[in-house]
Design a protein around this ligand. Structure first.
Ligand code: LLP
Length: 431
């Protein structure tokens, strides 16, 4: 029996021949007219579906999906996820503020990761009553103990261990090897748990691991968890009983379109994690970011100019590297499709932005159907690490964001104004 075709990985589609690209039931041409470009468009339905895949895959055990806020920190998306039972993985006081703004009752579902937490950030999180601090060094553990004592608020912590597992991904986003700055050498962790066992301000609540991002195979996750589970077993025998294992995030997507079965991917990931956990009966935390939001989002841009230099054709859009830096930073691939395709044969073009840098490109030598100035294009799979990594370089205003739910599109972030950008700056003559 042949398997049924995998469902489309993306909510973006042409509902009928000749009709413009839609997000769910909403035309991107209409959205671009209403809100201008560049414009980020996200499918709320897909984000909710992806969360449900993880929740379903781990339904047989106590678990919490802690969405990695850094992937896309839009308040509306945090609210949507919180409403469906998600927790959050944060890496700064700012991200905690966002979570509490979007979902004031979610503090107890927050884990705090990151290699350099400041005392004010720790105090903020202690006062909020977060679930767990993922501690990345001995020095941080000492600081956490000192702040907890000062505030008289015991801190639940997990050591983030570095399992020395290789995961095949871009070197900038791989984190699980001993040579990386992340985590505590797993061989040191046992001694460290024991050294603070009698500290009344520190509660050894869990252990965490995160080996990197955009990891396509489930195997390294299983391998890392297996090492972590072994540590949990050793500690248990020594009288330190951890309640939670945090498996981190990192499950990758396919940026090259084609068939991609998200449900099968999550099931495969869950099987590897469960295998690694073996007999552990406590709570499982996971921190997916990209997998929940990347394919739900597109950056819609308008073509300003099509020009030829030598034998190259450049398609210059009103979006640029400041709006979506992944191609420039990681040589990342994003599929680019016309919102209203024109007939004719495809030609290789460079799709670039107007920023004054040769690194300001979205695609090089990409075969695209004929494109003319004024046309709209959509850069796909831009829901994760898109607006979240945007900047105002070249004093460019950051895009607006729209969230589509069924046939309803809502503006969730207005386009910046020049007044927003200039607001923090002080007049030289006024001080
Ligand atoms: N947990 C921790 C501790 C992390 O450091 C990260 C991502 C995640 C969870 C979520 O990982 P995800 O499920 O999204 O792979 N800017 C890069 C990705 C950086 C990832 C950093 N850490 C990109 O655009 O590809």
């Amino acid at each position: 029996m042949t398997k049924p075709p995998a469902p489309s990985p993306r909510p973006f589609h042409y509902p009928a021949p000749g009709s413009p690209l839609h997000c769910g039931k909403v035309s991107l041409a209409t959205l671009a007219r209403r809100y201008q470009t560049p414009l980020y468009v996200y499918s709320a339905d897909q984000i909710a579906e992806r969360l449900a895949l993880f929740q379903h895959a781990f339904a047989s055990r106590d678990h919490l999906v802690c969405y990695a806020v850094k992937a896309n920190s839009a308040l509306a998306i945090l609210k949507l996820l919180a409403g469906r039972g998600a927790g959050f993985d944060i890496v700064s006081g700012g991200e905690l503020q966002r979570v509490l703004t979007a979902a004031p009752d979610a503090a107890g579902r927050v884990v705090f990761s990151g290699v350099g937490k400041t005392a004010p950030e720790i105090d903020f999180a202690l006062n909020a009553g977060i679930l767990q601090f993922n501690v990345e060094s001995e020095a941080e553990l000492a600081l956490l103990a000192a702040r907890a004592r000062k505030l008289q608020l015991p801190a639940r912590f997990a050591l983030r261990v570095n399992p020395d597992v290789f995961a095949d991904t871009h070197p900038y986003i791989s984190t699980g090897l001993r040579e990386h700055k992340f985590g505590i050498d797993i061989r040191r962790a046992r001694a460290l748990y024991k050294s603070v066992a009698r500290n009344r301000w520190l509660e050894a609540h869990g252990v965490s691991v995160h080996i990197g991002s955009q990891i396509r195979s489930a195997q390294p996750f299983g391998q890392a968890i297996e090492r972590v589970a072994k540590l949990v077993g050793q500690l248990r025998r020594e009288g330190i009983v951890l309640k939670a294992v945090d498996a981190g995030g990192g499950l990758g997507i396919d940026y090259h379109g084609g068939p991609f079965d998200a449900a099968a991917k999550v099931a495969e990931y869950a099987a590897a994690v469960e295998d690694g956990l073996a007999g552990f009966e406590g709570q499982l935390l996971i921190e997916p970011g990209r997998f929940l939001v990347a394919q739900a989002g597109a950056l819609v841009a308008r073509v300003l100019v099509v020009k030829r230099n030598g034998n190259k054709t450049f398609v210059i859009t009103d979006a640029a590297m400041n709006d979506l830096i992944r191609p420039a930073l990681y040589q990342a691939h994003h599929d680019i499709v016309p919102v209203s395709p024109r007939a004719g044969s495809a030609h290789a073009v460079d799709v670039v932005g107007p920023v004054c840098e040769s690194g300001d490109f979205f695609a090089r030598d990409r075969k695209l159907a004929p494109i003319k100035p004024g046309d709209l294009v959509a850069l796909l799979d831009a829901g994760a690490y898109g607006l979240a990594q945007s900047s105002n370089y070249n004093t460019r205003l950051r895009p607006a964001e729209v969230l589509v739910e069924g046939s309803k599109a809502r503006l969730i972030r207005r386009r910046e104004t020049i007044a927003d950008l200039l607001a923090p700056e002080l007049d030289l003559d006024a001080n």
